[in-house]
Design a protein around this ligand. Sequence first.
Ligand SMILES: Cc1cc2nc3c(=O)[nH]c(=O)nc-3n(C[C@H](O)[C@H](O)[C@H](O)COP(=O)(O)O)c2cc1C
Length: 259
Amino acid sequence: MFKVSEVFFSPGSTTKKVVKEISSKFDGEKDCYDLLKEHNKIILQEFQEDELLIIGLPVFSGRIPQIVKVDLENLKGNNTLAIPVVVYGNRDYDDALLELKEILDKNGFKTITAGAFVAQHSIFPETAKNRPDSKDLEKINEFTTKTIEKIEDYTNNKENFKEITVPGNKPYREIQGVPLKPTSNKNCTECGTCATLCPTKAIDIENPKSTDGSKCITCTACIYACPEDAREFNKLMFVPASKLFAKKCSERKEPEFFY
Ligand SMILES: Cc1cc2nc3c(=O)[nH]c(=O)nc-3n(C[C@H](O)[C@H](O)[C@H](O)COP(=O)(O)O)c2cc1C
């Protein structure tokens, strides 16, 4: 039996949901690395051959969120099996899965299967609203079943391991920052929840109503964590952008697996 480690960066919680759903089909002891809370805090972790890494990242601008690269550098495998998954908001995942797989390969992991799943868009929640839905969960479970079968095959015959390929291009897509930056509205009680969670320290803990737009990566953690619903985008910019985006990305995309 493999010892499972769940790793995710999930400001809007959908990536965490996908990782937890996959992980729930594995028995035994589990570790969990929440890269939003543990960003810049992870010290070198070595994983062995009898361990399994389930790692999920959201897609930001067709790439993995660049801030977690420093954390991923501290996860080292020794021929450790890994299941990389990316979660995206129904536009596209472009080069994100390839980027994640290549980091894992370089760090001593073996990608056994990989997946790209769709979830409600964290900036534009009218797009892919309420996903992952029951149809997505079925697909996630199908993916996990196939992964478990493949792990069993691998365990019985390690020499037969074949490298999988995932979609993506090199050089990776150029990252375009999101000009929308959330700020506090009148509901803000200055409780500091957002400032504590913000992975780039863009919110001043002494004055949480102030956001440093140059540090903010629009990850949306503050919006989803705020107990008062006090973090939002400027409506004048947000409303038309949201409508345009929903129209452009209205066609339902389905999960994809690679094994
Ligand atoms: C800064 C940023 C950039 C994003 N870029 C993309 C993208 O390129 N393609 C896409 O389909 N979704 C994109 N999304 C949507 C997220 O990938 C999607 O909502 C994901 O489910 C968020 O995961 P989380 O809920 O774990 O934070 C982006 C979201 C953010 C915050």
